[in-house]
Design a protein around this ligand. Structure first.
Ligand SMILES: [Mn+2]
Length: 318
C-alpha cells in the first residue's frame, strides 16, 4: 500500500462528520466516486453526506444515492472534515468557500493536481478516480455491495468512454470485472449512460453536426452550440456532455473542439484529442485543465471572439 493511501485511510478513520464533494460540471466518475466514498464512510460508522457543486446531468440520476445529494445552499448537517474526489480543491465551485478551512482529503487522478496542499492521493495512472476509490475500499477490508459497485462501475465506464479510450488499462478491466461480480450491471449502466437521451438532445446534436468546420489539414475539427439555441430547448446544459466526441470520430482528426455558448457571455470549450496532442496542456494555457485526451475550460467573451483564438492555438500544437 502506498504511503499516500495509508495517510488517506488514517484520516478517514480519524474524522467523524464528513462532507463529500467533487468538481463543478459533475460527471459520472466524480459522482460515482463521491457516492462510493459516502458508502465507505457509512460502513466505518461515520456521518457523511454528498454535495454536488451544480446540477446533475439527467443521465446520472439513476445512481443509487443520487437522490440523497444535498444542495450547496441547503447544508444543514455539521461537518469537520471533507473528501474532495476527482478534482482540484478550487474546482469545487461554490462549495470551495465552505470547505477551504477544513481538513481536506483529496483523492484524484488529474495530472494537474499531483502537487497540492492537504492529505492527498493523486495517481494520474488511474483511468478514473473510481479505480482509486475501489482500491481504497478494498484496502480498508470491505467489498462493495451492489449499489456501491454500480457507482464505481459508472465511474470507470464514464471516464473511459465505455472502456474505449486509451486510458483503459488491465487494472481498469480487472476492477470492472470485480464490480460486476459484486452486482453492477454492464448493460443496465451502459443503457442509462448512453442509450437514453431526451429528444432536445438530438435537436442540438443535429446543429452541432451540421455546423462542423474542418481546417485544411483535416486534423482539427470544431463546432459550435450557441447559448440562445441551448436555452430554446427544454434541456439542461449538463445533459449535453459527449457532443464533442462526434467531432473526434472524423477520420484524420487529431483535435476536436466544441464551443458551447451561454446566455451569460461565457463560452465552454471542450477539447478532445486522438493520439498525440496533450489537450490538458492546451486547456491549461487557457486557464482550464483536464486529461491528455480530454480537457476543457470556460472563457469570457463571445463565440466570434473566442473561436479564432482557440482554433489558432490548437493548430499551433498540431
Ligand atoms: Mn475523473
Amino acid at each position: 500500500m502506498s504511503p499516500a493511501l495509508e495517510r488517506v485511510i488514517t484520516a478517514l478513520r480519524d474524522g467523524d462528520r464528513w462532507l463529500i464533494t467533487g468538481h463543478a460540471h459533475i460527471d459520472g466518475d466524480c459522482l460515482g466516486s463521491m457516492l462510493a466514498v459516502e458508502w465507505l464512510l457509512a460502513k466505518l460508522g461515520k456521518k457523511a453526506f454528498c454535495v454536488a457543486p451544480d446540477e446533475l446531468p439527467r443521465c446520472l440520476t439513476f445512481l443509487p444515492g443520487a437522490d440523497r445529494l444535498v444542495k450547496v445552499d441547503e447544508i444543514a448537517e455539521p461537518f469537520e472534515r471533507v473528501v474532495v474526489v476527482d478534482s482540484e480543491l478550487e474546482r469545487t465551485g461554490p462549495v470551495y468557500d465552505l470547505i477551504k478551512d477544513k481538513v481536506i482529503v483529496n483523492i484524484d487522478h488529474h495530472q494537474s493536481n499531483v502537487h497540492g496542499p492537504g492529505i492527498r492521493w493523486v495517481d494520474p495512472s488511474a483511468a478514473a478516480t473510481g479505480e482509486l476509490i475501489f482500491h481504497l475500499i478494498e484496502g480498508m477490508g470491505f467489498d462493495p455491495d451492489e449499489d456501491c459497485a454500480t457507482c464505481l462501475y459508472t465511474a470507470l465506464m464514464s471516464d473511459t468512454g465505455g472502456f474505449r479510450f486509451s486510458n483503459t488499462s488491465a487494472d481498469t478491466l480487472a476492477i470492472a470485472s470485480r464490480l460486476v461480480q459484486q452486482g453492477a450491471s454492464p448493460a443496465g449502466i451502459a443503457e442509462a449512460l448512453y442509450e437514453e437521451r431526451p429528444f432536445p438532445y438530438f435537436i442540438l446534436l443535429g446543429h452541432v453536426l451540421s455546423s462542423i468546420s474542418l481546417d485544411p489539414s483535416g486534423r482539427l475539427a470544431w463546432s459550435v452550440l450557441p447559448g440562445e439555441l441551448i436555452a430554446s430547448q427544454a434541456i439542461h446544459p449538463a445533459d449535453l456532455d459527449g457532443f464533442v466526441h462526434y467531432l473526434r470520430m472524423i477520420k484524420g482528426v487529431e483535435i476536436a473542439i466544441l464551443f458551447q455558448g451561454t446566455l451569460e457571455g461565457e463560452v465552454k470549450v471542450s477539447l478532445r484529442s486522438r493520439k498525440t496532442v496533450n489537450v490538458a496542456d492546451l486547456a491549461a494555457k487557457l486557464g482550464g485543465g483536464g486529461h491528455p485526451r480530454a480537457a476543457g475550460c470556460t472563457l469570457s467573451g463571445s463565440l466570434d471572439e473566442i473561436i479564432p483564438k482557440v482554433t489558432a492555438l490548437a493548430l499551433s500544437s498540431l
